[in-house]
Design a protein around this ligand. Structure first.
Ligand code: FAD
Length: 332
């Protein structure tokens, strides 16, 4: 493989329900920095049905160009059809790097493309950099329970690929004066070429917990003592419009569903404010929330580890402190 043939950085721009996923804009911010460092263009790649009108909206976020596959066959996300478009486009234009959001679609698509192109993929990345000289992607992610950051390199194959967790990169402030080039791509693919069919989409009636997009999270841990004790967290969060998070031990106790779990085997969050209440501060929890803007810990043990990783710590019983906070915030 002649690595020199590959040039430029791409971001897979995910469209959900007619809207660009926030993580794609975050990746354009990270991609812009790398493209400037390396002196190469930054492109988006968008796939879907009826997505063309959205294409130009990524230019204010840093892209120089966008490749668009707007075709009826892409009406629903299916691995087979979407991967064919990414692979065809990558083989034709030869980018050196492709970044995807680590969403369920991004993870599925990236792994299928990497397998087919026989290239490397770093999953769930939290830090990205590029070597200005060689174009080598330096994709880092927590490893060994968050005790080390592993930087993973793909030295011999192109394109180098990574999925990146939502909310760990920052989108650029949109600059409406920025413009770019929309490149419409065609694909010859028919329904007969695709083995899967979407028969019906059943939407969960329950509202999905979007911890990764929350501004304020109130997370509770085993220190709440019981399901009834944990309900205080729900009341506090409901009153101030926050999202409820939890430690794994609270989830395993059956006090709350897994989708609320923050940490290594849960969600990575970066809200503006994170309350850790009755949470000891185990490393597996910390890796999921330590990049929050402001961390406030409440724990009755003054030696709890969480106090080493918070901006403000309140030593005391959660059942006394939370009602006081609710009163201070003038909520019942
Ligand atoms: P505890 O460690 O039991 O802490 C409870 C805290 O509450 C204590 O500090 C105590 O002082 C305090 N407390 C007690 N009563 C009160 C009160 N009335 N008021 C105030 N404070 C009080 N954990 C995660 O959270 N997320 C993960 O994704 C995750 N993934 C893991 C993956 C692996 C492979 C492993 C091995 C572990 C993982 N864990 C994870 C588990 C993690 O190691 C800890 O066991 C867990 O985070 C502890 O939860 P906790 O802080 O709620 O409970």
């Amino acid at each position: 493989m002649n690595l020199d043939e590959y040039r430029g950085i791409w971001v897979y721009v995910e469209v959900r329900d007619g809207q660009i996923a926030p993580v794609s804009l975050e990746l354009l911010g990270a991609g812009r920095q790398m493209a400037d460092k390396r002196g190469v263009p930054l492109a988006g790649l968008m796939i879907g049905e009826g997505v063309l009108p959205l294409a130009e909206s990524i230019f204010p976020y840093g892209a120089d160009q966008i490749y668009v596959y707007d075709n009826r066959i892409f009406n629903d996300y299916r691995t087979e059809s979407y991967m064919r478009a990414v692979i065809e486009c990558a083989l034709k234009h030869k980018p050196e790097i492709i970044l995807y959001g680590a969403t369920s679609t991004g993870k599925d698509l990236a792994s299928a493309v990497a397998t087919d192109l026989e290239t490397g993929l770093t999953a769930d990345t939290t830090m990205l950099d590029v070597n200005a000289e060689t174009g080598l992607l330096e994709a880092s992610r927590p490893a060994f329970g968050g005790n080390i950051m592993a930087t993973i390199l793909c030295k011999k194959h192109r394109p180098q690929m990574a999925t990146v967790r939502p909310k760990v990169m920052k989108a650029l402030e949109p600059d409406q004066s920025r413009t770019g080039e929309v490149i419409e791509e065609q694909i010859s693919l028919s329904e007969e070429d695709i083995r899967t069919k979407v028969l019906k989409i059943v939407r969960e009636t329950k509202e999905k917990v979007r911890l990764d997009e929350a501004d304020v999270i109130i997370a509770g841990g085993k220190g709440l003592g019981s399901k009834e004790g944990f309900s205080l967290i729900h009341r506090f969060a409901a009153k101030i419009g926050a999202t409820v998070g939890a430690s794994r031990d609270a989830v395993e106790a059956g006090w709350i569903e897994h989708e609320h779990q923050v940490g290594q085997t849960g969600v990575t969050v970066t809200p503006k404010v994170y309350f850790a209440i009755g949470i000891s501060g185990a490393i597996q929890h910390l890796v999921g929330m330590r990049n929050s803007g402001l961390i406030i810990a409440i724990n009755k043990d003054p030696d709890a580890l969480i106090f080493q990783s918070c901006h403000y710590g309140i030593v005391g019983d959660a059942f006394e402190i939370i009602p006081m906070l609710m009163e201070a915030f003038q909520v019942e």
